[in-house]
Design a protein around this ligand. Structure first.
Ligand code: DX5
Ligand code: ZN
Length: 230
């Protein structure tokens, strides 16, 4: 389980917040690679979630990298607080910040890995100029704001385009997908070039344990990587 080349990043958005520490530890024990933390401000997206205080609390529960997804306006005003709280990766949306390059540099100087995220309706051209400067490119496969939405198949050509751009230029940024990821949708994402799968409801749900859900997702991703399809 340990050395699969596809990483799994459970999104705590769907976790039970009253048992958050326990659920994060369960995900870590089950072989999760990152813990994905969704920060929403009620402006950039319609929902409001959590801030640095919770990131700090999660940081104390796990040694895994914290993959913090900032769905907030003017992320440059908050990156320092999230860095101090223990974020390992800070991903921003290009529409939310006036000076994307400066914000990425700011994150890097704070000792955190910078990432950029693309909404389903946002073109690759908005981040093309910074692909050399980031460690992660996140493709949203739902409109951001809520867990449990349906996967948007139409983002896959964008994933293939990004895979080509990154490989063609020899850039090492990880390609991550977020939204509607399940053992059914993951294989197509992996085939298109994704190497980090974010999953919320497919991992934290009533139907199966966190360990079983992570194992199913990993199995589907590994099969796709080996060319077995679904
Ligand atoms: C959505 C968030 C996602 C969300 C995914 O705006 O960015 O990380 O938790 O949830 P699922 O996997 O349920 O689509
Ligand atoms: Zn997210």
């Amino acid at each position: 389980m340990a050395s699969s080349p596809v990483k799994i990043a459970p999104s705590i958005l769907s976790a039970d917040y009253l048992r958050l520490g326990e659920q994060v530890r369960e995900a870590e024990a089950a072989g999760a690679d990152y813990i994905h933390v969704d920060v929403m401000d009620g402006h950039f997206v319609p929902n409001i979630t959590i801030g640095p205080v919770v990131v700090e609390a999660v940081r104390r529960q796990t040694d895994l990298p914290l993959d913090v997804h900032l769905m907030i306006e003017e992320p440059e005003r908050h990156v320092e607080a999230f860095a101090k709280a223990g974020a390992s990766i800070l991903t921003v949306h290009p529409e939310a910040t006036l000076q994307l390059h400066r914000t990425i540099e700011m994150i890097r100087r704070l000792g955190v890995r910078p990432g950029v995220a693309l909404n389903p309706g946002t073109s690759v051209s908005l981040v093309e100029a910074v692909l050399a400067d980031v460690d992660l490119v996140l493709v949203m496969s739902v409109d951001p704001g809520f867990g449990g939405q349906e996967f948007i198949e139409g983002v896959l050509p964008k994933v293939r385009r990004l895979r080509g751009l990154l490989d063609g230029a020899g850039f090492a940024a990880e390609l991550e997908i977020d939204g509607g990821i399940t053992p059914e949708t993951a294989p197509r994402c992996v085939e298109a070039g994704v190497r980090v799968l974010v999953a919320g409801t497919a991992i934290f749900n009533e139907k199966a344990s966190v360990a079983e859900s992570i194992a199913r997702l990993r199995e589907s991703a590994t099969r796709a990587l080996e060319g077995g399809g679904q």
